[in-house]
Design a protein. Sequence first.
Length: 422
Amino acid sequence: MTQSPEKNPYRPGAALPPLFLAGRARELARFRSVLNGAPELPANIRLTGLRGVGKTVLLKKFESIAQEMDWMVVREQVEPRHNREEELTGFLVGLANQVETRASRSARVREMAKGAAAAVSRVLKITYADIEFSIDPIGGNRQRSLVKAFFTAAEAAWNNGFGGFLLLLDEAQILRDEKSRDGEHPLSLLIATVNTLQDKGVPIGVVVCGLPTLRSNLLKARTYTERMFRGVEIGSLPDQEAVEAFVRPLDDTGISAAPDLIPRVIAEVEGYPYFIQIWGAELWEASELAGVEVLDCALLDQVEASIYERLDADFYEGRVESLTPAEQDVLMTAANCHYPPLKTVDIHSQSPKSQGNINVLMGRLSDEGVVFRVQKGIYEYTAPKFHEYLRRRRERLDKQGYDYPRPTVNPSTIYYGVPKAT
């Protein structure tokens, strides 16, 4: 029998929507409910989860739903440069200006003009002067500029027949306030601006999406964010939904999955959507090369090693190689520790570094988005199965003859067994 000419139905790329989105019906329903309650209730959501669970895919679904519900939407990804008040203000003002322009040019203007009474009823009764009066003077000109830009965008959206202005920010864990009163407070700037407008009844909402550290960043910036944002935390899929995510893309392709393969794949991927797509994509490619129409365990045996090689190269390696040598040393030591969770005391027991040095390095790894703090001295990785990856990485480096700092060795003179330049 000949192979179906269908394209590979799996999508393991960054933030690529799968052909079948499994297990997120509750989150989508909650999002609709939040928008339905606006502007009387704040249309704010905090969307968090580990890497690879499909946060950005879900955020894109939020965007589509909001558009269907007649909101004027803008979705963008936060970058490290935005973690400064001046940069963030310019970035967000620019997005708000785009929304104002799009709303003003919308065909809804002509539709609303058909009924003068309806048009009058849609005019926002609040003015910028009402908002300006309530702006905290401490916020300064940056907050004033941001409040005005957001208000103008929301006003244009509302008066032209939309439900309001919705801002979707991905990778929002990048935004975090400095502890010093005189430091940078970009997250506070965003929160205070949205809260000021919503307090006056302006139809504006914000969805911040990111790693689990986002929640603590928000609380440190403003304690009231616990009440301001509806928390949506997504994780791995339950087994039945993971099976659907793996099997359903094969519908109508002429290719099927053998019954004994399915539980084996589900056990390996542990319910993580990105992993499901990688396993599926690799098995599909292998079936094309073999000229078979059934994905089975024999096929998986052939490609399992290459699956992990791809996973390491595409998903993990870049996160480690971008770190400093000292940060990498800590992770290599952590590979020998019990997990989960990861305890700094365990790392210290196997490392020549001081407890204070380890604490500093773990804080830096948290800032880099590699780990997140569960409580004092206890961490978890932001990427699923990362601990297993570190073990594989260490085994590879050991086979290549590399060594690691030991208690009997001065760690300042060695890096993976290679003397450091002096």
